[in-house]
Design a protein around this ligand. Structure first.
Ligand code: ZN
Length: 342
């Protein structure tokens, strides 16, 4: 997650809340280091504080037993013996769950394809199927849960070249939407793209034997997507209102945000994100009746996620079992990030 929050994205923590508890910090796998940037500020109104807060470590036995202590493992291309060793090491260090790293992309079909770094592709889709099963089995042998982490609407530009009709469209410019990660975006309202996404995700979930999924980038990537044909048709069908023309004279702010249809559009985007995540949860449960869906915000303010991404944390309990904020522990003069992660 999530392009509009780029300025304040931080190293991966899934600050999980399984059974109302918490997750540990995990150093991002090497392949994903370029994905994150130092937190600078938080966008929102009122502006949330970013000053350090004092946290209390989990100390009592009951809380420790309930906590999801999760670390990341970059498992792309890992032979079974290495996966077993990685799981064994994670268990020995006190973790009880592994989240897969470095293998997020579902749409690579050609070996050695050159793709944008930030789609975090660890190999072809077929390799992902094999690797995920290998890592999942290794984790289960050592008493660890294994969660998949897959991206969705954030794609490599080559996919849009092959399927230009899948692109999200920027209302402000009328052009295919380019997010700040340097990757391209499809649209969660595009039936053809989502059909292929769901097909690939469902097969992965059914073959991996994972305990759950972090479904990333099910969102709109800023305040101005999306003006694609699917969005226009679906919004009109539901509201009888019209999204202004892409790149129209007067600009996005003038043409749209001063109208009541803008408020309805924001609410409709939120509904579309929620419906899509609910569908994904149904696929998780279909593959594993006890499977969980992980979801989190990169920006812990109530306003920015809604206006930018179509996200409202109030919706999370409708589809997600493990929820939280993406955040970064404070690093003092005498503490390195790797020390914090361990
Ligand atoms: Zn769209």
């Amino acid at each position: 997650m999530r392009a509009p929050f780029r300025l304040f994205l931080s190293p991966l923590i899934v600050a999980g809340a399984l059974c109302g508890s918490m997750a540990d910090a995990a150093e991002p796998p090497p392949a994903e280091k370029g994905y994150y940037e130092k937190r600078i500020n938080i966008v929102g109104y009122p502006i949330p504080s970013t000053s350090p807060v004092t946290t209390t470590a989990v100390s009592d036995t009951k809380a420790v037993l309930q906590a999801l202590r999760m670390t990341g493992v970059a498992y792309a291309g890992m032979p079974a013996s290495h996966a077993d060793e990685a799981a064994k090491t994670a268990r020995a260090h006190g973790f009880n769950a592994v989240i897969g790293g470095g293998h997020r992309y579902l749409f690579s079909d050609l070996p050695n394809e050159k793709l944008a770094t930030n789609v975090v592709c660890g190999g072809t889709y077929e390799q992902l199927l094999r690797d995920a099963k290998t890592m999942s089995e290794a984790c289960h042998r050592h008493g660890l849960k294994f969660f998949l982490h897959q991206t969705s609407t954030m794609v490599d530009a080559s996919l849009i070249t092959r399927h230009p009709e899948w692109s999200a469209v920027d209302l402000a410019t009328g052009k295919p939407y380019q997010n700040s990660y340097g990757t391209a975006n499809t649209c969660l309202n595009n039936e053809d793209f989502m059909s292929e996404y769901f097909r690939r995700l469902e097969k992965l979930l059914s073959e991996a034997g994972a305990d759950g999924l972090l479904a990333d980038e099910i969102q709109f990537f800023g305040p101005t997507p999306c003006g694609c044909e699917s969005c226009r048709r679906k919004f009109r069908d539901v509201t009888e209102l019209v999204i202004p023309a892409n790149g129209s004279l007067g600009g996005w702010l003038y043409d749209f945000t001063g109208k009541s249809s803008y408020a309805k559009w924001l609410a409709w985007r939120r509904e579309r994100v929620t419906e899509t995540l609910t569908k994904i949860k149904s696929l998780v449960v279909k593959a594993n009746p006890d499977g969980v869906l992980i979801n989190y915000l990169a920006n812990p303010s109530p306003s920015a996620p809604y206006y930018m991404a179509g996200y409202a944390i109030d919706d999370f309990p409708k589809h997600s079992d493990v929820v939280g904020y993406e955040c970064e522990p404070a690093v003092t003069e005498n503490t390195t990030r790797s020390e914090l992660a361990t």
